[in-house]
Design a protein around this ligand. Structure first.
Ligand SMILES: [Cu+2]
Length: 143
């Protein structure tokens, strides 16, 4: 009886671990396999816009990360057509430093792959224009 109970407990643990492993692979959306973590999120009209990066970090230099658009009502990913980006760093006493940034559809509607170049560490303003000229601006910290 005791052995049976222990065996049942073991089966439950193994099953739990398997489930957890399945969940984590299901959630990681990066094509390199590293887990994408949310950096910033904003609501704009009917949309929720989320910025995600591997390990939740943006680093000096070239970065590849993800931008997601969801309908606020049902939290489902939604295609928003062309997405235009701007990436600038306010510099004291001079004009903003610009970082090239582009968004391309990832293949999953509503999820875009972003490539950008941050020349310096520090605070950048990362903006996106989408849909019917809707705008979102994320203050981000580049490490
Ligand atoms: Cu700068």
């Amino acid at each position: 009886m005791k052995t049976k109970a222990m065996l049942a407990a073991l089966v439950a643990v193994v099953f739990g671990i398997t489930l957890a492993a399945c969940n984590s692979t299901g959630n990681s959306a990066g094509n390199s396999g590293a887990e994408l973590k949310q950096i910033a999120q904003q609501r704009v009209g009917d949309y929720v816009v989320t910025l995600l990066a591997e390990n939740g970090q943006l680093k000096q230099g070239k970065n590849k990360y993800a931008l997601e658009f969801r309908k606020a009502a049902d939290n489902q990913l939604v295609d928003v057509g062309e997405v235009k980006l701007s990436s600038r760093m306010p510099m004291p006493g001079m004009s903003d430093m610009l970082g090239g940034a582009s968004a391309t559809p990832s293949g999953t509607p509503g999820r875009y792959t972003v490539e950008s170049d941050f020349e310096m560490r520090g605070k950048w303003n990362f903006g996106a224009t989408f849909g019917a000229n809707q705008r979102v601006m994320f203050p981000i910290n580049v490490q």
